[in-house]
Structures are given as structure tokens and as C-alpha cells.
Design a protein around this ligand. Structure first.
Ligand code: CMC
Length: 432
């Protein structure tokens, strides 16, 4: 980023093979700078190499801004801290998708629309019955969201797309809770449209046909805040997946189903489950936190401190700061003593003073404390990443819609540096 006194240059020069190439420089609204190399191959025959795309800007986007060095996260210009404290998940969903905060009337209409689309087609029950009982809910959710494309096959006109957006946000809690109920062998619960979004999800998770579930407003508020914190995070792995799949003009449901699969990975959304498993393993092995930190530093050992580190945040993750406080508030309100929270805080304390973690710029990320809150809310461990999915839905949708409207969008098709065998003749089987 350029400092306020030194404006960014408008071109960069690349010297290659005795030729000099002038490359345009693009500057974003918050001052980030990108060198446009889109003509590089045409003009030089060379491509760029950037494993993991750590230095590659894949698009221009006006949805989410992150400054990893300064720990800043903003949705459409609004700081995450303010949204987490003052907004609701559906208001944030509207903001991400439409670009502005809704008026009171717009929000009420949006909430009503969401509440009347919460049911899934009755045939979906048969779909869920087909999965093994011990199926992880993440692939079940990915399959179910992909299957929505079979129920809503209309061409993607503006109006149909608006309906698909409402359906995805409205049905995701129903699909998520069905995947859980199926895994524990209980009948799925119908949504109750009089409840707000997060309360309705808790109702579908924990009510049974024999017993009502009275939603504790403290828990519903905590869920809503967690969903806000997860709602978007610019070009992360799953969002990039949604854009990559969507760039081939695959439909919205198919693109988001692919995003759910990407989110499942333990280095991405799956880390929140891994954090609790790690805390449990530390406790089971006698609670020696330092020993685990040493293992995470040891290059010969594959262990990592789950919930630590981030590709973008190199100082602190603002979501983790909000979550740590919320975690303590929720546990205090519910009067829960958590051994996992004690171990997590010890881990954080040791790691933040350790040279390895300091020099590698590794800090707690969003997944470090979220799992402890989910545990306090009685959300089962294998549903943690599904909670992330619920939250990320409006972000994926907003990014997919933005990509579709962007005239610069091209099908995503990276290149490679080939390192395999050079041309050689086929060897018949009897000569090998
Ligand atoms: N524990 C120990 N060492 C780590 C960790 C960790 N959690 N994370 C990174 N490192 C080390 C890594 O070994 C490497 O060391 P060296 O340079 O000496 O070889 C260096 O830090 C850079 O690691 P990297 O894997 O190249 O970094 P990355 O930017 O590709 O990966 C990450 C980012 C989040 C995948 C990684 O930090 C990680 O695996 N963290 C644990 C999993 C986790 O918590 N994931 C959730 C991310 S936040 C939610 C989301 O948005 O998905």
C-alpha cells in the first residue's frame, strides 16, 4: 500500500529477455495496489508463477475490504466490529448482496420473504434418507445445495436469480438441521416462520416432535453474531471456488455447492472442528499445553496449531478478538465452566510469546474461539463447519452475482509450468 505522501506509480516496468514492458498499475479505493499482468504472456511469452495465488488479484470487488497488516475487516465499508454489535445477520446479508444497508421497510420485506421460503420440498426427505447415518453433515449439505438445482431449473433471469438467492438463504438452516437430525436418527423438524432466522435454526436443531425447544434469546443472539462474523471474507478458498465454478456459467446452486465442499477442508472452514479436537487431545494427554506448542513448531511433526495463522491477517484477526470476548460473555451468561476455554487461553498465551509464532506472524483466527461458543450452544462438533456455511452463504452469493455482472469476467483457466517428461515414443506392453 502507498503511504498518503507517496502516491502509487501508475505503471510498473518489467525487464525480460532484453525487452522492457510497461505494466499498468491499478489502485483500489483503500489504496491497495495491483500490477496488471494480463498482457504479459501475449507480449513476452512468459506467465507468472504464484502457488496458492498469494500475490494474485483475481478480480476487482466492492464487497469486502481486508487489511491483514492492520487487522481491518469491512463489509461494504462498514467495520465488522460495528456490524457484529449493532446489526443482524439478515441485515448484513442484504448489505452484502445489495451494497447498501436496507431501510426498515426493505429489511422487513426481506425477512418476510426469507421466512416464507424456509421449507424444502417434501421429496427432499427421501434424498436425506439415502445418506449413511454416519455421513458428515458437510458433504450432505454440499449435495443438498447442489440438488436444489434439480428442483429449480428455470433459466437464470434477474427475477429467477432473486428467487434463488432468497431460497438459498432461507433453506440453508433447514438443510443444515436436516443433515444433523438425519445423522442422529431423529425426524427432521419443520421450520417455524414466526421465529427469527437464528432462533428458527436452533428450533430445527433441538426441538423434537415430542418436546418443544424454548429458544434462549442469548443463544440466538450469539448464533446471529457468529453468522455475521463469517458472512464474507473476500477471495478466500471457498469464495474463489464459487467464482471459479461460476465463471464457466455453472448455475448459482452448483457454484455454491462447490464452495461448501471447499469450505469443508481442515485448512479452511474445517479448522473450527479441528480446534476442539486439538483442545480435547491436549486435555486427554494430560493438559501439557507447552508440549503441544513444541509439536506445532517442530518441522518433523505434521501438527499445526489449529485456529492459528492466516494467509491474510499478519497481526491479528479482528473476528477472533470479537469472538474471544463473546465466548467469555456466553459462558458467563450460561454459567458454564469450560476446560477447553482454559486450555485455549493457555495456548494463546504461550504461542503469542513464542518466537516461532511471533516471527511467523501467527495469531488466533476466527476458528480458534468459535468452536468453544458452539460447544456452549450444544452445537455438535461435526456441525461446526456447517455453521460457517450458514454464515458464508450471503458472501458467496454476493461474490457470484458481482462476478456475473462484471464485464471483465472470463472463464477461470490458469496456466502452468510443465515439468513432466518431454516427448517420447510409446512403449508396447511386451517391451516394458
Ligand atoms: N501452526 C504452526 N505453524 C504454522 C501454522 C500453524 N497453525 N500456520 C502456518 N504455520 C507455519 C508454516 O509451517 C510455515 O512455516 P515455514 O515458513 O517455517 O515453513 C509458515 O507458517 C507459513 O505457513 P503456510 O502454510 O505457507 O501459510 P499459508 O498462508 O499458506 O496458510 C493457513 C494459512 C491458515 C492455511 C495456515 O496458517 C494453517 O494451516 N493454519 C491452521 C489451520 C487453520 O486454523 N485454518 C483456518 C484459517 S481461518 C478460517 C478461514 O478463513 O478458512
Amino acid at each position: 500500500m502507498s503511504s498518503p505522501t507517496t502516491p502509487a506509480a501508475t505503471t510498473a516496468t518489467l525487464d525480460y529477455n532484453g525487452k522492457s514492458l510497461s505494466l499498468p498499475v491499478i489502485t483500489g479505493s483503500e489504496g491497495e495496489v495491483g500490477i496488471d499482468i494480463s498482457q504479459l504472456r501475449a507480449k513476452t511469452g512468459a506467465i507468472t508463477v504464484d502457488p496458492g495465488f498469494g500475490n494474485t488479484g483475481a478480480c476487482r470487488s466492492s464487497i469486502t475490504f481486508i487489511d491483514g497488516e492492520r487487522g481491518i475487516l469491512q463489509y461494504r465499508g462498514y467495520p465488522i466490529e460495528e456490524l457484529a454489535e449493532k446489526s443482524s445477520f439478515l441485515e448484513v446479508a442484504w448489505l452484502l448482496i445489495n451494497g447498501e444497508l436496507p431501510s426498515a421497510k426493505q429489511l422487513t420485506e426481506f425477512e418476510q420473504l426469507i421466512s416464507i421460503h424456509t421449507m424444502v420440498h417434501q421429496d427432499f426427505n427421501r434424498f436425506f434418507e439415502g445418506f449413511p447415518k454416519d455421513a458428515h453433515p458437510m458433504p450432505v449439505c454440499a449435495a443438498a445445495v447442489g440438488a436444489l438445482a434439480t428442483f429449480y431449473q428455470q433459466p437464470e433471469t434477474e427475477q429467477n436469480l432473486r428467487e434463488s438467492v432468497i431460497r438459498l438463504i432461507a433453506k440453508m438452516p433447514t438443510i443444515a438441521s436436516y443433515s444433523y437430525k438425519h445423522s442422529i436418527g431423529q425426524p427432521s423438524m419443520y421450520p417455524q416462520n414466526k421465529l427469527d432466522y437464528s432462533s428458527n435454526f436452533l428450533h430445527m436443531m433441538f426441538a423434537t416432535p415430542c418436546e418443544d425447544y424454548v429458544v434462549n434469546p442469548v443463544l440466538a443472539k450469539a448464533v446471529d453474531m457468529l453468522l455475521i462474523l463469517h458472512a464474507d471474507h473476500e477471495q478466500n478458498c471457498s469464495t474463489s471456488t464459487v467464482r471459479v465454478v461460476g465463471s464457466s456459467r455453472a448455475n448459482l446452486f452448483a457454484s455454491i455447492s462447490a464452495g461448501i465442499s471447499a469450505l469443508w477442508g481442515p485448512l479452511h472452514g474445517g479448522a473450527n472442528q479441528q480446534v476442539i479436537e486439538m483442545l480435547d487431545a491436549i486435555e486427554a494427554e494430560g493438559g501439557d499445553v507447552q508440549k503441544f506448542v513444541n509439536k506445532a513448531k517442530d518441522k518433523k511433526d505434521n501438527s499445526r496449531l489449529m485456529g492459528f495463522g492466516h494467509r491474510v491477517y499478519k497481526n491479528f484477526d479482528p473476528r477472533a478478538v470479537i469472538l474471544k470476548k463473546s465466548c467469555m460473555d456466553v459462558l458467563n451468561t450460561l454459567g458454564i465452566k469450560s476446560r477447553q476455554l482454559d486450555i485455549a487461553m493457555q495456548l494463546e498465551d504461550i504461542a503469542l510469546k513464542d518466537d516461532y509464532f511471533i516471527s511467523h506472524k501467527l495469531y488466533p483466527n476466527v476458528d480458534f474461539y468459535s468452536g468453544i461458543i458452539y460447544k456452549a450452544l450444544n452445537i455438535p462438533v461435526n456441525m461446526f463447519t456447517v455453521m460457517f456455511t450458514l454464515g458464508r452463504m450471503p458472501g458467496w452469493i454476493a461474490q457470484w452475482l458481482e462476478m456475473h455482472k462484471d464485464p471483465d469476467t472470463r472463464i477461470v483457466r490458469p496456466r502452468q509450468i510443465y515439468t513432466g517428461a518431454t516427448k517420447r515414443p510409446y512403449i508396447p506392453m511386451n517391451q516394458r
